[in-house]
Structures are given as C-alpha cells and as structure tokens.
Design a protein around this ligand. Sequence first.
Ligand SMILES: CC(=O)N[C@H]1[C@@H](OP(=O)(O)OP(=O)(O)OC[C@H]2O[C@@H](n3ccc(=O)[nH]c3=O)[C@H](O)[C@@H]2O)O[C@H](CO)[C@@H](O)[C@@H]1O[C@H](C)C(=O)N[C@@H](C)C(=O)N[C@H](CCC(=O)O)C(=O)O
Ligand SMILES: Nc1ncnc2c1ncn2[C@@H]1O[C@H](COP(=O)(O)OP(=O)(O)OP(=O)(O)O)[C@@H](O)[C@H]1O
Ligand SMILES: N[C@H](CCC[C@H](N)C(=O)O)C(=O)O
Ligand SMILES: [Mg+2]
Length: 491
Amino acid sequence: MMKLQTLLSYLHDFTIYSGENPTITSIEMDSRKVTKGALFICIKGFTVDGHAFASQAVANGAVAVIAERPVDVPVPVVLVRDSKRAMAVLADAFYGQPTHKLHLIGVTGTNGKTTTTHLIEQIFRKAEKKTGLIGTLYTKIGDETYDVQNTTPESLVLQQTFKQMVDAGVDVAMMEVSSHALHMGRVHGCDYDVAVFTNLTQDHLDYHHTMEEYRLAKGLLFAQLGNRFDHTRPKFAILNNDDSASEQYKRMTAATIITYGIETKSDIMAKAIDITPSGMVFTIVTPTEETQIQTKLIGRFNVYNILAATAACLASGVSLSTIVEAIGEIQGVPGRFETVDEGQNFTVIVDYAHTPDSLENVLKTIRQFAKRNIYVVVGCGGDRDRTKRPLMAKIAVQHADVAIFTSDNPRSEQPEAILQDMEDGVRGESYVSIVDRKEAIRYAIQQAQAGDVILIAGKGHETYQIIGEQVLHFDDRLVAREAIKEREGSC
Ligand SMILES: CC(=O)N[C@H]1[C@@H](OP(=O)(O)OP(=O)(O)OC[C@H]2O[C@@H](n3ccc(=O)[nH]c3=O)[C@H](O)[C@@H]2O)O[C@H](CO)[C@@H](O)[C@@H]1O[C@H](C)C(=O)N[C@@H](C)C(=O)N[C@H](CCC(=O)O)C(=O)O
Ligand SMILES: Nc1ncnc2c1ncn2[C@@H]1O[C@H](COP(=O)(O)OP(=O)(O)OP(=O)(O)O)[C@@H](O)[C@H]1O
Ligand SMILES: N[C@H](CCC[C@H](N)C(=O)O)C(=O)O
Ligand SMILES: [Mg+2]
C-alpha cells in the first residue's frame, strides 16, 4: 500500500499533480483485474488501447488512473508522456525496488537463453543459494513453478515476481531477456548485476524489421547496465567473442567485460572438445585455472551455453569447482534435445529449434553421431517472422536425409500458406509435406529403420498447438511416444 503522491514522486517527470491523494492498494494494466483501491495504467497495446478501458477500471474500483491523454473518469487522472515507461518506474517503486535486493542476471540472445539460465540456476543451487528464474518455460521460485505468458513479462508482472522472490528469501535471480522486452521497455527498472549475451542470428524480423534493429535491441541490455563504477557492486557484461555483435556491445556498456569463446581468444575458453552421443567432455580455461568438464548436454552450441553460464557464475563469485560439479549433474532442459525412449531401435529427439541457426546446429550435432538416416519433422510458426521459413526448409533438406514439413503453431495463418513459404526455399528438392503435425510425426516414426534418428523440431516443451483462435493440447513428446507404441504394437 502506498499513497498516490508518494508513488508519483518516483516518476521525476514533468507531471504536475496536486489533486486527491488516495491510498493505492495495487497497480493494474488490465481493467478486468482491477479491484478496489487500484491504480489503473492505460497502455496502448498492439491490439487495443487501454485508454478505452479506464471507465471500466474505475467501475471495478480503481481510485486513480495513469494515462497518456485525458480520459473522462471521476477519479484523479495523472498524465504522463509514456505510460509503459511510467509503469516500469511505478511498479519498481510499488514493490519496494526488489531488484536492488537480488543478485540479478539477465541473459539475452537469439538462441540459448532458456538453456543458459537453467545452467546458471543449477550452478547457484549447487552453491547453496536460493534461486529464482524467469523465462520461456515458467517462473520458478526455489522448486515452485508458475505459468507464464511471455518469455520476459511486462514490468508490472516482473516487479511483482521479484517482490515474491525477495519475500521467499531468494538470493540470486536469473532471467531471459527477450529483444521484444528490451525494445518495449519491459525491463526498465531491473537492476542487473550481470548481463549475458549468447548469440545473434536471424529471428523476429516481423517485429524488428532488420538485423541491425534486432542487434541494437539486444544491445540495450548492456547499455542499461548503468554508467557508474561502484566497487561494492560491480556490474559485468558477459560477451560471446565468437559472435561479431559482441564488438558493438563492448562499446555500448560501461560494465566490466568478460568474454568467452571457442575460436577467438577470450577470458573463458573451451578446448579439446569431445562430443559423443551421450555427452561431452572438454577443457575449460579461465585466466587463472584450467580444468576438465563433463556434461550430458550435447552439441557445440551447448559448449557456448556452458561457457556463458560459467562466466556469469565466476563473475558472481562462484568457484570453478562448484561450476564443474553442477554442470556434471545437469540432466537436460525440458524440450531441448529431449529424447523419447520407449525402447525402440531408432532415436527420437524433441527440440525447440525454431530458427535457421538452431535448426542447423541441432542437425549438424545429430549428424556427428547418427549411424543411419536423419529424419526431421519441422514447421514454422504463424504470425511470426516469415522470412525464416524458406531458410529453415533449406536447412532441413540440406542437413537431414528425409525432410518432413508440417505445421508448428499456425495461429491466424492458413497452415498450407506457411508450408508454401517453406517450400519456396526448396523447389525441385526432395521433401514431404504433411499439414497435420500428429500425422507428420507418425509418418516419420512409421518410416524409421533401426539406427535412424528422428528430430522433431520447433515446439520442444510446448504442450499446445495454436490453430486459429484455438489452443489445442499438443505435446510432441507424447505424440511421438504414442506413435512408437502404435508401431511396436503393429509389428
Ligand atoms: C506483441 C506483444 O508483445 N504483445 C504483448 C502485449 O499485448 P497487446 O499489446 O496485444 O495488448 P492489448 O491486448 O492490445 O491490450 C492493451 C492494454 O489494454 C488492456 N486491456 C485490454 C482488454 C480489456 O478488456 N481491458 C484492458 O485493460 C490490456 O491489459 C493492456 O494493458 O502485452 C501483453 C501483456 O503484457 C503481452 O502478453 C503480449 O505478448 C504477446 C502474447 C506476444 O506474443 N508477444 C511476443 C511477440 C513476445 O513478446 N515475445 C517475446 C519472446 C521472444 C523470444 O522468445 O525471443 C517475449 O518476451 O515473450
Ligand atoms: N547457444 C546456442 N546457439 C545456437 N542454438 C542453440 C543454442 N542453445 C540452444 N540452441 C538451440 O536453440 C533451441 C532453443 O534453445 P533455448 O530454448 O535455450 O533458446 P532461447 O533463446 O531461450 O529461445 P526462445 O527465444 O525461443 O525462448 C534449442 O532447442 C537448440 O536447438
Ligand atoms: N519465442 C518464440 C517461440 C517460437 C516457438 C514456435 N513454436 C512458434 O510458435 O513459432 C517466438 O516468439 O518466436
Ligand atoms: Mg527461451
């Protein structure tokens, strides 16, 4: 609870307000969630304009409104230049500036955010810290998980989550920071101690339009680390030296830079990498130590994720021996290179690869151990970056022996039209298109011979399929399991 004027004192805006001073019991951006005593913030969204719901919010009990233009309601209305930005400031204040009380690590990049945050989480757990995690899969506080809508939630939800973490005694929080969130200011008010960059390859051009804009959006995480030198609370930018975008980020941040890489000389490096079907062994080299590390994770891209997590944890004061121990125990991340094993004589892998780069990486990794043919079942999401569709199709045909194109989440698009976009990338080549994802998975499983590997890509952990407005239950892992049983049953 807080008085309106106390809250407004955090805005330091040109906002002049001298009206009533009600007690604010909650802050809401959705009129449907407003209860008595709420401060309602009008947000102009992509679909509707929140200003249109101010009256409804007041009818539901809002005692004050923040807006960008006058709205006709019988409670105080405070006008601000940018209500989303104001919301971030107010949320931070209302929830008691929780990120000042947490060691906060943000991870950005096209691929590897979920994996890297999970590695960081396991390392801190090994170091006996209480952890909080925010990302694509869930929000997790200690062992409790909560459903999420976005990879990086809106500032209001975010600050409320941090407050919950502080109340639960969390020491260290790690979160995925999407380029959308950075661009929309969802993370304004987050006081990061460590910011991590994984990589930059094509995705989300529907939103960012060009790779240049996309690169700059990710750079905001490093620019926002602050421009001051507090030796009691140093800030670190962890950058992938093998990705050229890092050069720009080095110039964008005033924080201490720690680099990692495999090819380019870096502070934290991996060498002597040995990849087998059941895991990897490599040597990790830091400025002061060198040690062998073994893991069940597979693929060169996971070496990068491990290096990124190692650098972030070393910067946070965790010992290399604790890091090595934690990485050795990690079983995997849900929906990332997850195998479906019903005792069949071929391998089925479910993976969240939904970008050209990740699909190529995963297929190349499989090629390193596949004894026979590789099948890939892959689709592309609707209402998202269209330009990645032909590229993903090309990669599927190039790196797999049998490419089966199907639907991912078509959303409002016609599934056949999405398949057309994919097929445009592989005219004259050999592939199979099966619109129904379940049928496509069954087809691959029925065709497979002993020693083959089937990659089911794009949906990983997702337990739904969005077709039109409908959200239907769909889990690649369950569908594959059923199809394997069906096949075994008919043998
Ligand atoms: C394009 C986009 O980012 N949209 C986000 C946005 O929704 P929106 O702009 O459509 O909101 P809106 O429906 O127009 O509503 C505007 C305002 O009116 C309010 N309202 C609405 C109806 C009503 O009756 N009363 C009312 O008050 C709403 O609460 C809101 O404040 O605000 C919502 C609430 O925070 C987000 O959940 C939603 O993310 C959608 C689901 C989404 O798909 N976002 C993607 C693009 C995204 O952000 N992805 C990244 C991940 C990318 C990656 O993995 O790399 C992410 O961080 O999740
Ligand atoms: N460092 C990496 N470089 C390239 N590809 C990767 C990397 N790490 C993981 N991948 C691939 O990308 C897929 C998604 O990985 P992950 O979920 O960790 O990324 P993310 O950045 O969180 O993705 P999203 O933005 O959709 O949340 C994995 O299933 C794997 O195929
Ligand atoms: N975070 C990703 C999720 C893509 C997952 C894929 N299954 C799809 O629906 O396109 C995005 O917003 O692009
Ligand atoms: Mg993620």
